[in-house]
Design a binder for this molecule. Structure first.
Ligand code: FUB
Length: 307
């Protein structure tokens, strides 16, 4: 019996985000986490939900950045980037991701274009992970050109960026259809055709990570969103669907994951609407839970702290 109890307590403890508390940021509503491991720190980039409780849609004008060396204590930095830093954009600081290349930090963001109807992807650059960031191009990197067979006006959103072991960079993004293309070494130009990845019930929010020889493409599945994932031996596929990684995150229709390995542990970072009274789909909060792999590389379903 003692043995059984110790197993029970082990699972109880490891299934909760024991060291810290969820949500990890409570003084502001934060959404669409994208974490970057750099040197001995994690930089957590988020959107900022500013909708008051009578406004039933996203009100997002800026992105935020927090850093931590232990995944528990988060330091907020000066607001590093706003929609208005992109002269060609008019609204919607939606999902984003930052990556480092050759000492520069590139931040791929979703916004609404001021003149081309629909969503667009821009890229900002900085010498520091905490900014200040500046629009790298003075125009969008990806606009809604309505030339893809699957095109809808809001499919050019939720960029995720990945640099493969051979140095080739890739940009994945999409809503309803998942797209990818190569990026030139300068990280600010697309290189070659746009491909579509066929994934069951793909909604949005692709995230690419690699562990050992496996590539993982996780994404928001159905709506309200669960997070599902596929695995491949190559960044360009073929991708094999593996199932649900995370269930619907409480009262938030969206979920939006980021997956990192930091100081020997794996983390699943997402958002829910769990701040009491006003939290919900348009007032979301970033949470962190542990992620575990099975032998063979598949991922165990995440146990959210709120479960
Ligand atoms: O935060 C606005 C949008 O909601 C994001 O772009 C999606 O991924 C979803 O989280």
């Amino acid at each position: 019996y003692r043995h059984r109890w110790s197993i029970f307590f082990f699972y109880l403890l490891t299934s909760l985000y024991v060291q810290g508390q969820n949500p990890v940021i409570t003084h502001k509503y934060t959404a669409d986490p994208a974490a970057l491991v750099h040197n001995d720190s994690v930089y957590l980039y988020t959107g900022h939900d500013e909708a008051d409780k009578d406004f039933h849609f996203y009100d997002m004008k800026e992105w935020l950045v927090f850093s931590s060396s232990d995944m528990v204590n988060w330091k907020e930095h000066k607001v590093p980037l706003k929609v208005k830093d992109f002269s060609w954009a008019k609204a919607d600081a939606w999902a984003s991701q930052v990556i480092e290349r050759n000492g520069k930090f590139y931040w791929y963001v979703t916004v609404t274009h001021a003149t081309v109807p629909g969503k667009a992807i821009g890229v900002a650059v900085s010498d520091s992970p905490t900014g200040p960031f500046k629009d790298a191009l003075g125009k969008a990197l990806v606009t809604n050109d309505m030339t893809k067979a699957t095109d809808i006006s809001w499919d050019d959103l939720d960029p995720t960026v990945f640099i493969d072991d051979d140095g080739q960079a890739y940009l994945y993004w999409g809503n309803t259809a998942c797209y990818y293309t190569r990026l030139k070494e300068n990280m600010t130009e697309l290189d070659g055709p746009v491909h579509t990845v066929d994934l069951p019930n793909f909604t949005e929010a692709p995230w690419i990570h690699k562990r050992g020889d496996w590539y993982y493409l996780s994404y928001a599945y159905e709506f309200p969103e669960k997070i599902a994932y596929a695995m491949s031996r190559s960044i360009t596929g073929p991708w094999e669907y593996k199932g649900i990684l995370n269930e619907v995150a409480g009262n938030s229709n969206t979920n939006h994951q980021s997956i990192i390995h930091f100081k020997g542990k794996d983390y699943f970072i997402y958002h829910n609407g769990s701040i009491p009274t006003d939290g919900g789909s348009f007032r979301r909060s970033v949470c962190i839970d542990y992620l575990y792999y099975n032998e063979g590389g598949t991922m165990k379903r995440v146990i959210m702290t709120s479960e």
